[in-house]
Design a protein around this ligand. Sequence first.
Ligand code: GUN
Length: 304
Amino acid sequence: MATIIDGKAYAARLRAEIGLQVRTLREQHFVTPGLAVILVGEDPASQIYVRNKANQAREAQMSSFEYRLAYGVPEEQLLELIERLNQDPAVHGILVQLPLPPQVDPERVINAIRPDKDIDGFHPLNVGALATGGKGIVPCTPLGCLMLLKHHLGDLSGLHALVLGRSNIVGKPMASLLLKENCTVTIAHSRTRDLQAECQRADILVAAVGQPRLVAGHWIKPGATVIDVGINRIEEAGKALLVGDVDFDLARDVAGAITPVPGGVGPMTIACLLLNTLEAACRQNGIAFPGNIMQAAWGSVEGS
Ligand code: GUN
């Protein structure tokens, strides 16, 4: 039976540690990290995410600024708001919730965010920094996945990692991070010929395709570490269910460790968003970032 990687507990620890650091920052440097979240339209899932982000920012003692724009908002108006936030010294991180309505070009929006306030890590400068091994802001979901992997496995060097999915938000940055950790990395996607064979080779499997239970139990290499990024809403036997991209019930008999859905990667994403905001606030004020924050958060979880 696989170890269940409790992302919810890890994320809670990380948030508590971030909260302590935020307090120190305020007391010693008179800086309160500020997170601005922009939501365009009324997509119910996005509304829940945005509410969670704002609540957790406040719980971590940060300032939270929320902007809700109508679905039909002209692109120009959104760009003007971003420019105002770029110049606002109380705002250290700007997040525009995706997806955006069709009249708004997401590339133009992402490019408009000041790179040092781009706590999503989506701006080309941050993407480039990650790809070239430079210092930039790393996208939250892959960062959360990497933390869980390193916490569970320690050194990832030489392991064969399969990233299932090639999105800019998860798949591609995840592959870059794993490569940086000296994994042998394969990226699989919808056109991959023999997905099962690719999965069976992987010591680490990160699934991020948004297809409910795509990865069958027998596809998994015995003992592998499985990180399930999928959050799929399905209906089964008349019941609404939230399931991942991996068939959890069967996979847990084969894998060495696996993240559940919900309660795995999801909570880590928001914790990492807060971490990126804290780091951005430090950098923008010329303050050294408390580099041992992860160790402090992790140290007492499983004594590793
Ligand atoms: N929509 C789904 N995931 C994300 C994310 O990580 N960042 C933003 N901005 N929007 C999202």
